[in-house]
Design a protein around this ligand. Structure first.
Ligand SMILES: Cc1cc2nc3c(=O)[nH]c(=O)nc-3n(C[C@H](O)[C@H](O)[C@H](O)COP(=O)(O)OP(=O)(O)OC[C@H]3O[C@@H](n4cnc5c(N)ncnc54)[C@H](O)[C@@H]3O)c2cc1C
Length: 446
């Protein structure tokens, strides 16, 4: 059956690979348990083939053929997702978006049209040559794609000032699971239903995003860095809330453990960046009004290392399991969420370290990003226990399930607690659009 389908795809001129090296590349995402398996020379899953469509029409052909033959299709962008999402547990076709790589800049309208498979770092570099910037910079900028950002509702380091990916999308084109292509007339804004939002955070359940029209910005010509030390997370959070009135473009709070690691400080350190015209006066006010101790250089130091994740590749082969859990909460719950989640993770036997920073801020609250590492006897049991305790602590104390990594398979057992009856609507939409349930089967929904 798969053989006949692949023959049809090749006959339609679509590039298809069944080479073992490609199958291994498309058998996992960046979930720690996948990395752990690979180190043991095991593959978490295995697709039968990988298809590399170059156009929206080729994506449509792949989905039509897969529907006829009832073959599961798993969508892959950069595979930097961390939530065990499109892992091809049932074989089938891994659909790589990487050849959907067109970039068209429209400087007059401050827009860029990018294929779903365009890798963020490449897009940012090309924009920079034109004096423009995306100002969407997840830490995975150099290994994640535009389509992946939309599908996971990604969040970048400058989100406090420029918004998350959903605030940057102007329009998009997608292919529904049955192969139908959907798009819309692009406009700066419209009233009426905005159904493209269905694809934001849908993790490939409802269709393949093939092209996205995004806002871009001029590269700011002025930047001011502010670093402040506080004695506790509570004080730092109150300081951050006050700073929000001055609209910093970037802000982060590191707890004492992470401050020691980054800045050699035993305090709770807040860093912020004010950029663009008029930023000097905002920066001066922030500096003058803070109740914390202003220090020099921390923000610049962090910015220099902000894409460096080499520590992970050093500790994982030593037998450590390492992961991050991000949740959001209102200001009123922040201190409680911080201490209860950290306590729960530290109480799991095998935990070596648990720490947190706050990385994205809103008028009404913030995102906490917890990091843990453990050296347990049984990695899989330990991992599940930490996740379970941390998520319960968040949900019990007013926090949520995920801020930007998404649901995948890892968090799907808590989906209903998070989105209530919307989970049923999502199920209905999935059955309606994907009658044979071929696309990203098992992601988010059972
Ligand atoms: C070191 C590291 C740092 C990270 N930092 C951040 C961060 O700062 N902010 C953040 O938000 N995330 C971060 N992430 C998580 C990850 O990079 C994001 O979730 C990213 O958006 C995934 O993009 P991708 O192209 O790699 O998607 P993939 O991992 O390939 O896919 C993720 C999900 O989206 C679906 N999908 C992918 N492309 C499409 C498409 N075109 N149409 C429909 N569905 C699609 C997949 O099927 C899957 O369900 C980080 C990950 C790592 C490993």
């Amino acid at each position: 059956m798969i053989g006949a389908a692949l023959d049809e795809l090749r006959a339609a001129g679509i590039e298809v690979s069944t080479a073992m090296e490609d199958k291994i590349a498309y058998c996992k995402d960046y979930n720690p348990l996948h990395l752990y398996k690979l180190l043991k020379r095991q593959t978490p899953a295995m697709p039968d083939a990988i298809a590399f469509p170059k156009t929206t029409e080729e994506v449509s052909t792949i989905l039509k053929v897969a529907n006829v033959h009832g073959i599961p299709v798993y969508i892959f962008g950069g595979a930097s997702g961390v939530i065990d999402a499109a892992t091809p547990y049932e074989g089938g076709i891994a659909l790589s978006t990487l050849a959907l790589d067109r970039i068209e800049i429209d400087a007059e309208n401050m827009l860029v049209r990018a294929g779903a498979g365009v890798v963020g770092g490449r897009l940012e570099k090309i924009l920079n040559h034109h004096g423009l910037t995306l100002r969407h910079s997840p830490q995975s900028l150099f290994c994640s794609t535009v389509g992946g950002w939309v599908a996971t509702a990604a969040s970048g380091q400058f989100s406090t000032g420029y918004g998350n990916i959903e605030n940057l999308i102007v329009s998009l084109t997608a292919v529904l699971p049955d192969g139908e292509i959907v798009t819309e007339r692009a406009a700066p804004r419209r009233a009426g239903p905005d159904l493209k939002k269905l694809f934001v955070g849908s993790e490939g359940l409802l269709g393949v995003v093939t092209e996205v029209l995004l806002k871009v910005f001029e590269i700011p010509d002025e930047t001011h860095y502010l670093s402040i030390e506080y004695d506790s997370m509570g004080e730092a959070v109150r300081g951050a809330k006050k700073l929000m009135a001055l609209k910093p473009e970037l802000m982060r709070i590191f707890d004492d453990e992470e401050s020691l690691r980054y800045f050699d400080s035993e305090k709770f350190c807040l860093i912020s960046v004010f950029e663009g015209r008029g930023s000097e006066s905002r920066f001066n006010l922030a500096r003058k009004e803070t109740s914390g101790k202003v220090v020099e250089g921390y923000a610049e130091k962090w910015l220099e290392k902000r894409f460096n994740v080499s520590d992970i590749s050093k500790i994982v082969p030593l037998g450590f399991v390492f992961d991050t859990i991000e949740v959001s909460c209102f200001w009123s719950d922040a201190e409680r969420i911080y201490s209860s989640v950290i306590d729960e993770i530290r109480n799991v036997s095998g935990t070596v370290t648990a720490s947190a920073h706050a990385s994205h801020f809103y008028e009404s609250g913030l995102c906490f990003y917890f990091t843990f590492a453990g050296l347990p006897e049984n990695i899989e049991e330990y991992y599940r226990e930490v996740w379970s305790r941390a998520i319960h602590a968040s949900l019990k104390n007013g926090g949520n399930l995920t801020h930007h990594h998404g649901i995948g398979r890892l968090r799907k057992r808590w989906l209903r607690e998070e989105i209530g009856e919307y989970a049923s609507i999502l199920g209905d939409l999935k059955s309606m659009l994907d009658r044979r349930n071929i696309l990203n089967r098992g992601v988010m929904l059972d």
